[in-house]
Design a protein around this ligand. Structure first.
Ligand SMILES: [Zn+2]
Length: 341
């Protein structure tokens, strides 16, 4: 029993990793000879693949580690009752036992909807233990869904002159108007858009990710630029899940009005206060003095330079200066501002 609690706690740690990525918090570990040989957590949205469930990732890792697709002497600890896909994989991998945190009445296939783990018709049946750390396992899920509902309600950020809101496909025309300009994309690292249809595709496939916002003027709600916070490995900078990177651009007619610093200031507040990030990074390519000024204005501090990197989106070679702002520095700068008020 003690061992079961101990390993379920480890599975919960994995669930927390998913939580921090904004994924449904489900975690899993696989144990062999009283030792953890593999861990996994849900990354379905991050990796954009159905197969990225906690259990499947852990099974993959366990097989890699043991060099065998059969996991006959292994026990899986998973915070939520497995779905039909994972239950199928568990049977296929011939896992000996599954220890479950909480049940999933709407989709579980270890007893709720079906019990795929114990079908007499299959050649392998899995032992099941249910309800280990049930409360913790279900609490993290209900907290996640509660926060998700709240986030969805107030997914809009506002500043004095701007609204930052998720991109909509109906923004395609407005996006194309500004993003076709060769002065905008290339210095930020992406090619100019080629048609309204091209802009629509980019809204669907690129700009629809979590924490990417259309920068809209309050007066008419039209999208005139974009700003995003890429958290953890959503960033190219290879960041841990407690750090993020801000990227932005705005249409040429709006340059020099201080709108991007205004948007960045709000996104910094959102990142540090709402998302509890520890560090936020930014960067600009050699020669992009406008972007450099934005970052200085917003308190980012020069960190390092990546020289002569091959930039895939543009298929060219560039030098990128990376800047950073820690939570501590940000809090301090806010206090200073307050002091002047
Ligand atoms: Zn699953």
């Amino acid at each position: 029993m003690d061992e079961q609690i101990k390993f379920m706690r480890e599975a919960l740690k994995q669930a927390k990793k998913a939580y921090r990525l904004g994924e449904v918090p489900i975690g899993c570990v696989i144990v062999q000879d009283h030792k953890i040989i593999a861990r996994g957590y849900n990354r379905r949205n991050t990796d954009k693949i159905t197969l990225a469930h906690a259990e499947i990732s852990a099974i993959k890792k366990a097989s890699k580690k043991t060099g065998d697709w059969r996991l006959e002497d292994c026990t899986m600890y998973v915070t939520l009752e497995p779905c039909q896909m994972c239950a199928g994989a568990i049977v296929q991998a011939r896992i000996k036992e599954v220890v479950i945190g909480c049940m999933n009445p709407k989709a579980g296939c270890a007893g709720s909807i079906l019990n795929l783990l114990q079908m007499q018709e299959f050649n392998h049946q899995v032992e099941i233990t249910r309800g280990i750390l049930e409360e913790e396992c279900s609490e993290i899920l209900s907290r996640f869904f509660k926060e998700l509902r709240e986030r969805r309600k107030k997914k809009k950020l506002t500043t004095k002159r701007l609204i930052l809101r998720p991109w909509l496909e109906t923004d395609a025309e407005s996006l194309y108007k500004y993003a076709k300009d060769p002065e905008v994309g290339p210095i930020a690292g992406w090619p100019p858009h080629t048609s309204v249809e091209n802009s629509r595709e980019i809204i669907k496939n690129v700009l629809s990710v979590n924490e990417t916002y259309a920068v809209c003027l309050k007066e008419d709600g039209k999208a005139i630029g974009s700003i995003g916070l890429m958290i953890g490995n959503a960033s190219n900078l290879d960041l841990p899940d407690t750090e993020g990177e801000i990227g932005y651009w705005i249409g040429v007619p709006f340059w020099g009005e201080g709108l991007i610093p205004e948007a960045v200031t709000e996104l910094l507040r959102h990142g540090f206060c709402d998302l509890k990030l520890e560090k936020i990074w930014c960067g600009y390519f050699e020669g992009n003095t406008k972007s450099k000024r934005v970052q200085e204005k917003c308190g980012f501090v020069y960190h390092h330079t990546n020289k002569n990197i091959h930039w895939e989106l543009m298929d060219d070679v560039r030098t990128e200066h990376i800047t950073c702002l820690t939570r501590e520095e940000w809090e301090k700068s806010r206090e200073e501002v307050k002091g002047y008020e």
